[in-house]
Design a protein around this ligand. Structure first.
Ligand SMILES: Cc1cc2nc3c(=O)[nH]c(=O)nc-3n(C[C@H](O)[C@H](O)[C@H](O)COP(=O)(O)OP(=O)(O)OC[C@H]3O[C@@H](n4cnc5c(N)ncnc54)[C@H](O)[C@@H]3O)c2cc1C
Length: 495
C-alpha cells in the first residue's frame, strides 16, 4: 500500500493519509467513506453522521447531486436530471423532507402505472406537417395501446424465455389485426411507444417483457418539483465533510480498513466504505477494486441495463405555445416521435424541455450544444413554424458524461432474477448504494436511490458495531425519522 503522508490528528483516518498504526483510538467513532455525492451518497452520509460516525464523502464532480442537477443559469430552476417525484404520497421516503422544506409539486398525472406520468388531457399531439391530431384519435389509440399491452401478458406466459416488449407487441399485432393502426393512428401508437421508452430510458427492443410492468409504483401520481430537486440535496448534505473534485479510481478492501485512492494519488482510509457511484461507472471499470470484485458481482453489473435520456431546455422571451403540459410530435417510428415538457404550465417560467430517450438520446450527444438546440428547434417548428429562436439553451449529456455513463438502470431482456441482490450484497467492509441497488423495485428513481443509501448506511452501521464491539460513542438513531420530521402536508398543485 502506498502511504503519502502521516497525520495522526483527530480525523486522520479520513484525511487523505494513513496513521502510523492502523488502530482506532479507544472510544472514538468508527469512520466511513462515502463514494459519490448523489442523493444516495448524501443520504447515507447524513444517516451515518446522525449516528455519530465520522464521515467523509468523496465526489468526483465540482458539485453534489449527481443525476439530480438543477441548473439556475436561466434565472429559474431547470432540472436537467431528475424532475419528478414518482409517488406523491406519505409512503414516499422523501415525503417528510419535501414537506419540511415546503417544496411544491405540480401533479402531471394521478396515475400509478409506469406508462402515464402525464394525463392525456394535458397533451397536444401534432403530425410532421404541423396538424394537430384530434384528441379523440389520441384517446382511441391510447385504449388500443392498453389492449395491446394486456395481450402481451399472454405472450409472456407462453414463453419460458424472455422477449423484448417490441417483439411481444409485434406478436400481438400479428394475432390481432383489429389492433393494428393505420395512417395517423399508427403514428400515434408509435408516440405511445416513444413515451414508454422514455420511462425506461431505453428502446422497446431492449426492454424485458418479463419485468417491464413488475415495478411497484408508489401511489399518489407523479409530481414535478416546481422549485427543482436541488433543495433536497442541499438539505441532506448540510454540515457533511464533502470533498468535491475527488475522483476515486481505486478502492482497497482490507481486513480491517478500506483505503480509497483518488486520481491525484491521495489515499483516504476508514473502517468501511459505501459506494454509490452509478452502475455505468462500475460497468466501465473506472474504479479499480483490490482485491478484484468477485465474478458474481461483475456478472450482476454486466446483466443490468443502463438507459439514457437527455434534455434540451430552451428558454424563450415569449410564450407562443398552448397551455398544455406536453407538446408531442407523432411519426412513423417511435425514434422519430418526440415531445416537449412545457415548464411554463407547471412553474410559470418560459421554458420548454425536449426529452430524448434511448438511441435518440445517444445521437443527441453526438451533436454540439448549438446543433442539439437547432435539432430541438426543428422539432418545435414542425408544430409552430413561426417559433422564434430561444434566448438560451441547455443540453444534458448523461450517456457520455464519465461521472454517470447513462441515466438510470433498467431490466434487459433475460435479466436473471437475483441481479439486484448480487449488486447490493456487501463485500467485507464495502457496502453498495445507488439507484440500481434499491429494494422494492424502485430502481431508477430519486426516492429509490435515497432508500438505497439509507439501507447501505444501516447495514454498514450494523456491520461496524458487530466488528468493533461496544461503541458507547455511537448513538444509533433511526435516520428515517430523524432526518426531518413531517410538519405540513405535501404541497401539490395543478393549474
Ligand atoms: C435525465 C434524467 C431524468 C430523470 N428523471 C427522474 C425523475 O423525474 N424522477 C426520478 O425519481 N428519477 C429520475 N431520474 C433518476 C434519478 O435521477 C436517479 O435515479 C438518482 O438521482 C440517482 O442517484 P444516485 O445517488 O444513485 O446516483 P448519482 O446521482 O449519479 O450519484 C452518484 C455520484 O457519484 C459521483 N461519481 C461518479 N464517479 C465517481 C468517482 N469515480 N469518484 C467519486 N465520485 C464519483 C457522481 O458524480 C455522482 O455525483 C432521472 C435521471 C436522469 C439522468
Amino acid at each position: 500500500m502506498e502511504v503519502k503522508a502521516v497525520d495522526t490528528g483527530s480525523n486522520s483516518l479520513l484525511d487523505g493519509t494513513l496513521p502510523p498504526r492502523l488502530g482506532r483510538p479507544h472510544g472514538s467513532s468508527p469512520s466511513v467513506i462515502v463514494v459519490g455525492g448523489g442523493i444516495s451518497g448524501v443520504a447515507a452520509a447524513r444517516f451515518l453522521q446522525n449516528a455519530s460516525f465520522k464521515v467523509l464523502l468523496l465526489e468526483s464532480r465540482d458539485r453534489i447531486g449527481g443525476r439530480i442537477h438543477t441548473d439556475y443559469s436561466f434565472g429559474c430552476p431547470v432540472d436537467m436530471g431528475a424532475s419528478w417525484l414518482h409517488g406523491v404520497c406519505n409512503e414516499n421516503p422523501l415525503a417528510p423532507l419535501i414537506r419540511c422544506l415546503g417544496l411544491t409539486m405540480y401533479r402531471t398525472s394521478g396515475d400509478d402505472s409506469v406508462l402515464y406520468d402525464h394525463d392525456l388531457e394535458s397533451c397536444m399531439l401534432f403530425d410532421m406537417d404541423g396538424h394537430q391530431v384530434p384528441q379523440n384519435t389520441v384517446a382511441e389509440v391510447g385504449e388500443a395501446f392498453k389492449k395491446i399491452l394486456s395481450e402481451t401478458e399472454k405472450v409472456r406466459n407462453e414463453h419460458s424465455h424472455d422477449l423484448s416488449v417490441l417483439q411481444a407487441i409485434s406478436v400481438v399485432l400479428d394475432r390481432h389485426p383489429e389492433l393494428r393502426q393505420e395512417g395517423i393512428s399508427h403514428e400515434v401508437l408509435q408516440w405511445y411507444i416513444c413515451r414508454m421508452e422514455a420511462w425506461f430510458a431505453a428502446d422497446a427492443d431492449t426492454i424485458s417483457l418479463k419485468t417491464w410492468d413488475q415495478e411497484q409504483v408508489l401511489t399518489g401520481g407523479h409530481g414535478l418539483m416546481v422549485q427543482g430537486y436541488y433543495p433536497v440535496i442541499e438539505a441532506l448534505s448540510k454540515d457533511i465533510d464533502i470533498r468535491l473534485n475527488h475522483r476515486v479510481n481505486r478502492i482497497t478492501n482490507g481486513y480491517n480498513k478500506v483505503m480509497v485512492t483518488v486520481e491525484d494519488g491521495r489515499n483516504f482510509v476508514a473502517d468501511a466504505a459505501i459506494i454509490t457511484v452509478p452502475v455505468g461507472v462500475l460497468k466501465a471499470n473506472l474504479i479499480e477494486f483490490k482485491p478484484e470484485l468477485p465474478e458474481w458481482k461483475l456478472s450482476a453489473l454486466a446483466d443490468l441495463g443502463v438507459g439514457n435520456e437527455n434534455k434540451i431546455a430552451l428558454r424563450f422571451d415569449n410564450v407562443f405555445w398552448p397551455n398544455v403540459e406536453l407538446l408531442g410530435i407523432v411519426a412513423p417510428t417511435s425514434y422519430a416521435c418526440g415531445y416537449f415538457l412545457n415548464l411554463h404550465k407547471a412553474t410559470g417560467h418560459r421554458v420548454l424541455v425536449y426529452m430524448a430517450a434511448g438511441r435518440l438520446a445517444y445521437d443527441v450527444e453526438k451533436l454540439s450544444d448549438s446543433d442539439a438546440a437547432d435539432f430541438a428547434m426543428r422539432q418545435l417548428m414542425k408544430m409552430f413554424p413561426n417559433a422564434p429562436a430561444p434566448v438560451q439553451y441547455l443540453v444534458s449529456r448523461w450517456g457520455t458524461d464519465r461521472d454517470s455513463l447513462g441515466c438510470y438502470s433498467y431490466d434487459l431482456v433475460g435479466k436473471p432474477m437475483d441481479v439486484y441482490d448480487r449488486l447490493r450484497a456487501p463485500l467485507g467492509n464495502l457496502f453498495f448504494g445507488g439507484e440500481a441497488v434499491c429494494m422494492d423495485d424502485h430502481q431508477g428513481s430519486v426516492h429509490g436511490a435515497y432508500s438505497a443509501g439509507i439501507i447501505a448506511a444501516e447495514d454498514c452501521c450494523r456491520h461496524l458495531i458487530k466488528r468493533l464491539g461496544s461503541l458507547e460513542m455511537v448513538q444509533l438513531v433511526s435516520s428515517r425519522e430523524e432526518i426531518l420530521k413531517a410538519a405540513v402536508p405535501l404541497q401539490i398543485s395543478r393549474m
